[in-house]
Design a protein around this ligand. Structure first.
Ligand SMILES: NC(=O)c1ccc[n+]([C@@H]2O[C@H](COP(=O)([O-])OP(=O)(O)OC[C@H]3O[C@@H](n4cnc5c(N)ncnc54)[C@H](OP(=O)(O)O)[C@@H]3O)[C@@H](O)[C@H]2O)c1
Length: 232
């Protein structure tokens, strides 16, 4: 496993949505070597659905960022972010390949939102299971750390975007992996005292179950720029 304090790493960001792009760009700005993973690089490059920039235009403003298949991105990485849609995450990780993932840290920030019955989405799984646990069971030799899934992506990579002390939660079975993730989060600007380790990967249930509250609050506040705070 990669050393917790290693400064620059080869990192794969699986996912080409808003979250994958923001995480990848932030990691690049911190000096890491980043490859973004997708099902089909050609299809992603041809995508013109973005409100602002097409994926190709966005890639052009990130000169050193590479775009590869999930498998190629994961193969070259020391640490991997899962930024895929929750209902497709297991499929995405299967495509990445067990051999390319084994022994590595996988930071899972996906939420198992099921939109099949429209809005608001429901959680699937929920209560007695979580996406984080499903991933850990499917890939027992991967060090899954659930993190960052309880806030908007802009806040994940730059917590100073909102004032005050606010919280990020981590959960996972491997202490060394969580230590590495803590360092990465501090690189994003998170204060150590506000990184709350909730314990083993079953705690992913609790952070995923914050999503219905997050969605409702976002609607009421009329913004996505907020986060949860823990006070004692
Ligand atoms: N938006 C936020 O601020 C926010 C905050 C917290 C957590 N999250 C979580 O972060 C994740 C990413 O969110 P997002 O809004 O950036 O993007 P998204 O639209 O939820 O997901 C896009 C990515 O998922 C992949 N994908 C979708 N279905 C797939 C399937 N069946 N098999 C393999 N890959 C599949 C896509 O692959 P291709 O590249 O091949 O198209 C794409 O890379 C989600 O799980 C979301 O719940 C989002």
């Amino acid at each position: 496993m990669v050393s917790p304090q290693k400064t620059f790493m080869n990192i794969a960001v699986l996912g080409t949505g808003a979250v994958g792009k923001l995480i990848a760009a932030r990691l690049m700005s911190l000096g890491h070597d980043v490859t973004i993973g997708t099902r089909s690089p050609a299809a992603t490059l041809a995508r013109t659905d973005s409100r602002s920039l097409s994926f190709l235009q966005w890639l052009h403003v990130q000169p050193h960022l590479k775009l590869e298949s999930y498998a190629h991105a994961a193969a070259g990485a020391e640490i991997i972010f899962n930024c895929t849609a929750g209902q497709g995450s297991l499929e995405a990780l299967e495509l990445a390949g067990t051999d390319n993932l084994n022994g590595k840290i996988l930071i899972d920030l996906a939420n198992p939102l099921d939109f099949s019955n429209g809005m608001p989405p429901i959680l699937n799984p929920v209560n007695e299971d979580s996406l984080g646990e499903q991933i850990q069971r499917a890939f027992p030799e991967v060090h899954v750390v659930k993190a960052l899934n309880t806030m908007n992506a802009e806040i994940m990579v730059d917590p100073a975007k909102i004032s005050g002390d606010h919280a990020v939660f981590i959960a996972g079975n491997n202490e060394e992996a969580k230590e590495s993730v803590r360092y990465l989060l501090m690189g994003f600007g998170w204060k150590s005292d506000y990184i709350f380790d909730l314990g083993d990967i079953t705690a992913a249930r609790s952070t995923e179950m914050l999503l219905p509250l997050w969605l409702r609050l976002s609607g009421r506040l009329g913004t996505m720029r907020f986060n949860f705070s823990v006070v004692r």
